[in-house]
Design a protein around this ligand. Structure first.
Ligand code: PLP
Length: 507
């Protein structure tokens, strides 16, 4: 009997998974989805700048446009479709209340160039969110403008550089642990620092002895993630902070994993000088195609005067945006402007809605549930999968490919088979400190029932791999809109035109 992967159809559609061509191939010149009035005959003030040829947009009816995008969207996977355990990415549910708030006309129709007296409510919102981030982290100041985690890192290191230069003590090295996210060394390099790596110890944490050996007057900062990307809390963090401060360096913390500790630990109490928060991870604003991101950076007292402009400052009864360096307003040391305007307003509205709808107790509960869910996965899989480091873990469970040794199945093959089971694969081959990493982060959004379903599929696949069915894994996924893409060429030479899978199977 023919299996689904060999069935061909006359239409090219596969069941209700409908084939779609490029929007430009649907073009019928002159077709239009709206009935526009004839433009009135007005005097032409463009002085020769007016367009003389059509701009080449495809002509489509409204149903064609709707179908085109709906069909494409059905070839995609999203947190709204199912469990998305992409470790380190915190793919949590995006509450619809946040979306509703962000669409209120008072927020949605703002323009960043409006006179400041007409946007007092927006500034008040930015200020309230800043106050929450300050309270949650125990840090005295926050720069709101960075547009993503990596942009927050850039903001942090530029702030650190400005602070060191103000002391006449420009330094050249940034220390980065081997488990760090790739953005950490990339940021340090862009800021002109030389990167030196610190190895992990056998517990999956920073090797503190190796770190101390590297510390000295050349070191500007360390960039450490806590909980780290192995899903483990760096429990020597206070000792690390003291050693770093002992040589006059700054302690940058990559706070992308704040979802594990929100309401439980204040980074300010751990000796951290600077940390970005990913509103699009911990605070539930959409990401992974649904962005934009937002990465505010909390700052210690020593770094606050060097933060980027503009800053929202309370001025009498109102709020004002300080756009210039000013001795009077305490912004003379600022490293300057980081971004066009004041940050991602739509994301601020969503993040504050998330915070206010949870309350302080609810935020703590979210962290506890995220950690509980990850430990549930860890506990239910650890007899079959290879646990990289002994648990318990924080918000994500790290396994490696040890259990697949001699099966002929790789981490990649395993991930492809998960797609057929209806799950987005976990993060693969990151962190680099273990071989063939499988990093699973369920977040607090998942119910026990959905975790049980995921675990059952993972166990089924694990057993199938151990039973030596490597041929099955080598061919997976069988049921996805697309089979295996060439991982390198897919990024470098993307084939955007629809390729009927039925045709591919028939050839
Ligand atoms: C997601 C992440 C980043 C980068 O954040 P972006 O918003 O994607 O730039 C940095 N570090 C860690 C540990 C992360 O998980």
């Amino acid at each position: 009997m023919a299996g689904p992967e060999t069935v061909t159809t006359n239409s090219g559609h596969r069941g209700l998974d409908l084939a779609e061509t490029l929007i430009f191939e649907l073009d019928s010149p002159g077709r239009c989805g709206v009935d526009l009035e004839q433009a009135p005959d007005l005097p032409n003030r463009l002085g020769g700048l007016e367009r003389t040829a059509p701009i080449g947009l495809p002509g489509l009816s409204e149903p064609q446009v709707i179908r085109h995008f709906v069909r494409l969207s059905r070839n995609n996977f999203a947190i709204d479709a199912g469990l998305y355990p992409l470790g380190s990415c915190t793919m949590k549910h995006n509450p619809r209340l946040n979306e509703k708030m962000a669409r209120l006309p008072g927020f949605a129709d703002l323009h960043p160039m409006q006179p400041v007296e007409t946007v007092q409510g927006a500034l008040e919102l930015i200020d309230s969110l800043a106050e929450w981030l300050i309270t949650l982290t125990g840090m005295p100041a926050v720069a709101m403008s960075p547009a993503a985690g990596a942009h927050g890192e850039l903001c942090g290191l530029m702030t650190i550089r400005a602070a060191l230069e103000a002391k006449g003590d420009a330094r050249e090295v940034v220390l980065v642990p081997t488990s760090a996210h790739g953005t950490n060394p990339a940021t340090a390099a862009i800021c002109g620092y030389r990167i030196e790596q610190i190895p992990a110890d056998e517990r999956g944490r920073v090797d503190v002895a190796a770190l101390k050996e590297k510390l000295g007057p050349r070191v500007a900062a360390i960039m450490l993630t806590n909980p780290n990307t192995c899903g483990l809390f760096e429990n020597q963090i206070i000792e690390i902070a003291e050693a770093v401060h002992g040589v006059g360096a700054y302690f940058y913390c990559d706070g992308a994993n704040f979802n594990a500790i929100m309401g439980k630990v204040r980074p300010g109490d751990l000796g951290i000088d600077c940390m970005h928060l990913n509103l699009h991870k911990t605070f539930s604003t959409p990401h992974g195609g649904g962005g934009p991101g937002s990465g505010p950076v909390v700052l210690a007292e020593a770094l606050a005067p060097f933060a980027p402009l503009p800053m929202v400052v309370r001025d009498g009864d109102g709020l004002t945006l300080v756009e210039q360096k000013s001795e009077d307003l305490g912004t003379a040391g600022s490293f300057g402007r980081l971004k066009g305007f004041h940050g991602q307003m739509g994301m601020f509205v969503r993040a504050l809605a998330f915070i206010l709808s949870h309350g302080a107790d609810g935020l703590r509960q979210a962290s506890e549930d995220a950690v509980l869910n990850a430990n549930y996965i860890l506990a239910r899989l650890q007899d079959l999968f290879s646990l990289s480091f002994p648990g318990p873990c924080m918000h994500e469970a790290l396994f490696d490919d040890g259990f697949l040794k001699d099966t002929g199945v790789s981490t990649l093959d395993f991930a492809k088979a998960m797609i057929d089971e209806g799950f987005h694969p976990m993060t693969m081959y990151f962190p680099l400190v273990v071989s063939g990493a499988m990093l699973m982060e369920p977040t607090e959004s998942e119910s026990k029932a959905s975790l049980d379903q995921f675990i059952a599929s993972m166990r089924h696949l694990g057993q199938r791999a151990l039973a030596g069915d490597s041929e099955f894994f080598a061919g997976a996924p069988y049921l996805a809109p697309y089979r295996r893409l060439d991982e390198t060429q897919a990024a470098r030479k993307p084939v955007l035109r629809w390729q009927p899978q039925a045709k591919e199977a028939a050839e």
